[in-house]
Design a protein around this ligand. Sequence first.
Ligand SMILES: [Zn+2]
Length: 160
Amino acid sequence: MKDYGSEAQCEEALVAARWSHGFECPHCSHKLAYEFRRRELRYWQCKACRHQVSLRAGTMMENSKLPLTTWYLAIYLMTQSKTNIAALAMMRQLGITWKAAWLMKHKLMEAMRQREENQPLQGSVRVDDAYLGGERTGGKAGRGSENKVAEEPCGRDCRI
Ligand SMILES: [Zn+2]
């Protein structure tokens, strides 16, 4: 919250993430632009081709009316959760509708998938145990459930 608690802080973080070496026109790659605001949104107009681009254009936040602070908090929740965070939990923690939380979650998961796609795991990789099943009702919950089958880790380093 100290670093991403205000809309202005999140705007600066997004500018830095998009154009870490300064603005670059997505249309003609020109580096100089006029900056302005329209309806609270930050825009750049290329000085060469006059192409206008908003801060959110071309990002997963492009068609969202949610504040950037909500997006950054969602990114934090998604990336800090050891287990998969449910859209219902995101809805409660972010104070947004379930539909908005579900959409946001899937956009973030897709962005994470795209980022990881070209970075396969390398070297020594350790895998935690996992339990499959649990669809039948009754019995104990969690690891000890007779409805689940343990997917045993191999117990040694696995080379990928
Ligand atoms: Zn341009």
